[in-house]
Design a protein around this ligand. Sequence first.
Ligand SMILES: Nc1nc2c(ncn2[C@@H]2O[C@H](COP(=O)(O)OP(=O)(O)OP(=O)(O)O)[C@@H](O)[C@H]2O)c(=O)[nH]1
Ligand SMILES: [Mg+2]
Length: 413
Amino acid sequence: MAFIGSLPSLHLHYNLCSYYLIFFSAFGHAVGILSQESVERIQRVFQEGKLKEVVEEIQEALQKPENAPLDVAVIGQSGSGKSSFINALLGLGHEEEGSAHVGVLPTTMKKTPYQHPKYPSVTSWDLPGTGTPNSLPDPYLEIVGDDDYDFFIIISSSRFSSNDALLAQKIKEKGKNFYFVRTMVDAELHSEEKSKPISFKKERVLQQIRDDYLAILSNIGVSNPCVFLVSNFHPDKFDFPRLQETLLQDLPAHKRYTFVLQLSNLSDAFIEVKRVILKEKIWLNALKSAALAIIPFMAFFSGFDLPKQEKCLNLYRSYFGLDEQSVKEIAQKLGSSVQEIKSSTKSLDFWLFVKNDSIAAKAMKCAESFCSVNGGLRSSIFQFLKVYFLRLKFINTVADDVKMLLHKTLEID
Ligand SMILES: Nc1nc2c(ncn2[C@@H]2O[C@H](COP(=O)(O)OP(=O)(O)OP(=O)(O)O)[C@@H](O)[C@H]2O)c(=O)[nH]1
Ligand SMILES: [Mg+2]
């Protein structure tokens, strides 16, 4: 629907400013999708009252993260668990479709990209193992080469070698980030416990492995290395979640969005990060639409229809790993039926959700109270706010459901 209005009044512009201030006070940008430069640019054009430019800036800020590719290179000795690590990162079982091939014999012979099944702009590159007779003639050139990876994961299941240090050196020269990951700590702990059942202490063994690694890396000339101890069989344990948090913080702002969406629900912290980022996105959309609503002759808001909202709820469910397939898997893990899971949650049945919660009425109330505080807004903005509050409610409900299910599965583990 095209919104045809008069020239923006001072009053409306004032309302928009207050809207904008709420937005920026609501989101710190520690994990946000906007870079500091984008925030400053939007702020500047806003203060200058250039609403068309505000819309363009926000549009760009929304599109950039959506289309940003993310390429992760995984390198290291043959058999160190590179392909298994990729599967853990993608949240795939070794036998699932689309997973990287894993095996006891040298398996990955050539550079293989693995696209994330749900987020195709995320690609993990499984690179051939070093240290076998068939290894690449010049792994440094082949691996570091001219490809534009966002970061490198250097994997080892035993000691990091001088090969790894040399690779790290080359990667550093390219100005890219790299992280050392020590796989198979589960197996190491298991054999320690078997061999020293009386004196075995898990934390002490992990600390010893970590100290040993830091000393080796410093000896082979790597200063301040980031080392993570993981088990590819248990991505929710050891340093795996901390590794993902570190990667997230180190990524440029526009790449965080895709990275966050593809994270599996390993912890409350990740669920919260997803919640913040998705809310930030709908705020930005709200701000854009509010700006559009007071620019004459601009296409604005196309109305409130429930099937469209159902699609939106399903999309959020998929972002949080609560799509139909994932719900089946969760039910299996918890030993419950899908029906039992559905009745213990609020977001899995849209029509029941809308009916029970009189959600449309609640969204309307929120929009009304916002308008009364802000001196009354045009009906188009009012309509938009109604959808905005509805979507906010979707995000919160799905995030709460997924958190509750995560806690249930953790109890079982
Ligand atoms: N216990 C345990 N075993 C692991 C772990 N990661 C990998 N493995 C096993 O180690 C073997 C080699 O794993 P891959 O992932 O194929 O290793 P890779 O580095 O890709 O090997 P290449 O492709 O041959 O270079 C497989 O049998 C895996 O199941 C882990 O964290 N813990
Ligand atoms: Mg492999």
